[in-house]
Structure formats: structure tokens, C-alpha cells
Design a protein around this ligand. Structure first.
Ligand code: ZN
Length: 186
């Protein structure tokens, strides 16, 4: 009888020890499977991105947060994209939404990267902006509603529009170009 009790104790003890050891490893596994929530970027996903100011502040750099979420303006002639001439696509630096093609970019001389047309109708949205005693039209990202800049009606043909965009909130991806290979060979 006492032998049996001893056996039961041994089994219980083994169970207890093994459950103690299995806990940390299952926790680690769970953490590995947790998706990375640090970035909201996606160039193929067109679903709206909605976050609180506190959440944006955690994800974005102070410069991007100031322009994108507080509707700030970068100093003119400071963006590397202002006179940039590479062939490719400009994306929202906050969410990765495609915004402008390089072939719609032009040198306006206004001090900010300028385009005459967005990639598609839904890539940006427009809001009236009457701040600073001016009547302007604000341009926001169509996906994450980050402030991008303003649009004016003094642009070149074919649209006659000038999208004056803060370079800080733009990401650029070079065209994966057949034409680039072609240029290298010839
Ligand atoms: Zn965006």
C-alpha cells in the first residue's frame, strides 16, 4: 500500500516539474508568433489605416509625425526629392500607399517636391484648409489620412495642378526596370 502511495507521489512530482519547465518555452513560442506591429506600411493593401495619435507617435520618427499627423511643413529646399530625377514610384512614408509616379514630377521651383497628378483617384484625398488666412486645398494620403501637402491650380499641363508635397512623408522606390538594363547595355 505505502509503495503505491510513493509511486503516486513520484508521478505527481514529475508532472509538476515538467509543467514548470514547459511554461517558459510555450511563452517564447507565443512571442515568436506575435506579428510585428511596429509598422503600418503596405504597398498592396488598400484598407484604411486608423490609429490614435499615441500609436502613431510610437511608430513614426519625430519629423514624419510632425508633418503627417500635426500637419507641419518641412523647410523649403531641404528635401532630397525636390530636384530628384530617378524613375520610379513615390509612396506614403507612413503607410506605404503608392502616391505619385516620377513621370508626373516637375520642377516647380517652389522648394518642395511637386507633381501634376496622383497615381489614382483614391491615392489621395482633399480637404479645404483655411488656416493662416489662406484658402488652400490640403492633400492627405487616401489610406492613412496623413497630411502630405497642398494642391494649387498653377501646375503644368495636362492637369494644370501642382501637388506641393513634403518630401519627409515620401518614400521612393526605383523602377525595377527593363529600361535600366537596356540603358546599361547601350
Ligand atoms: Zn499613408
Amino acid at each position: 500500500m505505502s509503495k503505491n502511495i510513493y509511486k503516486i507521489y513520484t508521478v505527481l512530482l514529475l508532472l509538476f516539474v515538467s509543467s514548470c519547465y514547459s511554461q517558459p518555452s510555450s511563452k517564447t513560442k507565443h512571442m515568436d508568433n506575435t506579428p510585428n506591429q511596429e509598422s503600418a506600411k503596405a504597398s498592396t493593401d488598400s484598407n484604411a489605416v486608423i490609429k490614435t495619435d499615441a500609436e502613431w507617435k510610437k511608430i513614426l520618427s519625430p519629423e514624419v509625425y510632425y508633418i503627417a499627423r500635426e500637419k507641419g511643413t518641412e523647410r523649403p529646399f531641404t528635401s532630397k526629392f525636390e530636384t530628384f530625377k530617378e524613375v520610379g514610384t513615390y509612396y506614403c512614408a507612413v503607410c506605404g500607399n503608392p502616391l505619385f509616379k516620377s513621370d508626373t514630377k516637375f520642377e516647380s521651383g517652389c522648394g518642395w517636391p511637386s507633381f501634376y497628378e496622383p497615381i489614382s483617384k483614391n491615392s489621395v484625398i482633399y480637404l479645404p484648409d483655411n488656416s493662416y488666412g489662406m484658402k488652400r486645398t490640403e492633400v492627405e494620403c487616401g489610406r492613412c489620412k496623413s497630411h502630405l501637402g497642398h494642391v494649387f491650380e498653377d501646375g503644368p499641363p495636362p492637369t494644370g495642378l501642382r501637388y506641393c508635397i513634403n518630401g519627409v512623408v515620401l518614400d521612393f522606390k526605383k523602377a525595377q526596370a527593363a529600361e535600366e538594363k537596356y540603358n546599361n547595355r547601350h
